[in-house]
Design a binder for this molecule. Structure first.
Ligand SMILES: Cc1ncc(COP(=O)(O)O)c(C=O)c1O
Length: 426
């Protein structure tokens, strides 16, 4: 367990001076002027460092590590993940296409998801990706039918709905007996039968994902025990199960003092299982822990109003680029870029520009005096923000840039008015 200081929340290259923040050797104030706001700034050094920390933690355990594209599927982010040697988890034909465009070999790609369309299964089979993760007996039967009709071998992992109830937000829990994800362990016998009936589907793994923002490493050891029992049962039934996938979900801190879960702690929790079971290879698939800290988002402030809770500071972004606070009360921190060392003038709610009262980006943040036109910077913005962004209120979606060694390049351009109407048929 690790408790974050405010500094730990920002990218590793962050340097504050009296009136500005520099990330990747670039002035945030200048970047905001050049690229406009809201602006997502990804720091390549932080991204690579996060990946290397994970790879180093798991290297002694011979664990396969994937990046979960759902956290952020911008092509240049995916490219960095590929260059650093990760595999890729996808949940749609769109993410599959992103992975291929980013140069992943199909053999590094794994398709998850509780609902896969026929087209998506077809695309996965055509590309000959590494594994399709079956989420239900229905899914497994469809994958088997498709494999048989194509006459090709499809390697499948069975996602299990284990009885574990990790402590996190209910919307972030993806196991437990009422979860929409996974096959009940009691149904594994049926799953085995389905794959025996002359099909070209081969069950090579079992998998589970606890949820997100999990702070307890012990939960991974517990899950690994249950998965090993299931895998052993399937092997006894004659299936060539080799891989135990324990998902992702390692917590990252969003607020000073938040707990996070270090990759090293997950590796330690799995260590006894990996050494005692050399027949199996383990796999992990974090998303947030790889990409969250690598980015900040910078907003320009508008009106500042008094409120009984303190101040309301309106900014030029909100739930369109970051729906997480409105979706499940995610709590964000922020700093005034030009006044980093000024004392707090009291608590403020940073509210978005979207026409919803629930569009509050950061609640009760201690901030100095903030004037209209100032920049506010929210750290830990790299995951599940742009990938969940919408064009609600027909507000263009923000640009993302990648910075490194004083250079900044656009990795996802701001959408234009024409983009907003590109799908309308008038
Ligand atoms: C199957 C699966 N694997 C991995 C992840 C990644 O989770 P996180 O980004 O919290 O590590 C998710 C997220 O929902 C998931 O559903």
């Amino acid at each position: 367990m690790h408790l974050h200081s405010a500094k730990d929340l920002f990218p590793v290259t962050s340097e504050w001076n009296e009136s500005d923040l520099r990330i990747g050797g670039c002035s945030v104030d200048e970047l905001a002027r050049e690229f406009d706001t809201p602006l997502y700034i990804y720091d390549e050094t932080t991204l690579r460092q996060q990946i290397r920390e994970i790879t180093a933690a798991f290297a002694p355990l011979r664990v396969r590590t994937s990046y979960s594209a759902k956290a952020c599927a911008i092509l240049q982010v995916l490219r960095v993940c590929r260059e650093e040697g990760l595999d890729l988890d996808v949940v749609s034909a769109g993410e599959l296409a992103a992975g291929m465009r980013a140069g992943f070999s199909p053999n590094q790609i794994h398709l998850h998801g509780n609902y896969k369309t026929d087209d998506e299964l077809e695309a996965a089979a055509r590309a000959e990706i590494h594994t399709v993760v079956a989420d239900s007996l229905h899914d497994l039967a469809r994958i088997a039918a498709l494999a048989n009709s194509r006459g090709t071998r499809v390697s499948v992992a069975l996602r299990l709905r284990l009885g574990l109830e990790p402590s996190t937000h209910p919307y972030l829990t993806t196991t437990g007996r009422s979860s929409k994800f996974g096959i009940d362990p009691e149904d594994l016998g049926q799953a085995a039968e389905l794959t025996f009936s002359g099909s070209t589907v081969v069950v090579t793994g079992v998998h589970a994902h606890l949820g997100s923002q999990i702070t307890d490493a012990g939960a991974y050891a517990e899950m690994a025990s249950e998965l090993l029992a299931a895998a052993t049962m399937l092997r006894d039934a004659g299936l060539p199960v080799r891989e135990i996938g324990v998902g992702g979900g390692w917590a990252v801190g969003y607020w000073p003092g938040d707990q996070s879960l270090a990759p090293r702690a997950v590796a330690q929790a799995l260590h006894a299982h990996t050494t005692a079971n050399p027949l199996f290879r383990f796999a992990v698939e974090p998303g947030r822990a790889i990409v969250a800290r690598s980015a900040v988002v910078v907003y320009r402030t508008g009106a500042v109003k008094p409120s009984p809770r303190g101040r309301l500071i309106a900014v030029d972004g909100g739930m369109g680029d970051n729906p997480r606070p409105a979706l499940y009360g995610a709590r964000y921190y922020c700093r005034a870029v030009a006044r980093p060392f000024e004392p707090s003038a009291g608590l403020a709610d940073v509210v978005g520009r979207y026409c919803e009262s629930g569009d509050v980006l950061a609640s009760r943040v201690p901030l100095p005096i903030v004037l209209p036109g100032d920049l506010l910077c929210t750290p830990v913005a790299g995951a599940y923000q742009l990938s969940m962004a919408s064009a609600y209120n027909l507000v263009p979606q923000p640009a993302a840039i990648m910075v490194q060694d004083g250079d900044a390049r656009i990795i996802s351009r701001r959408s234009t008015l024409d983009d907003l109407f590109a799908r309308d048929v008038d």
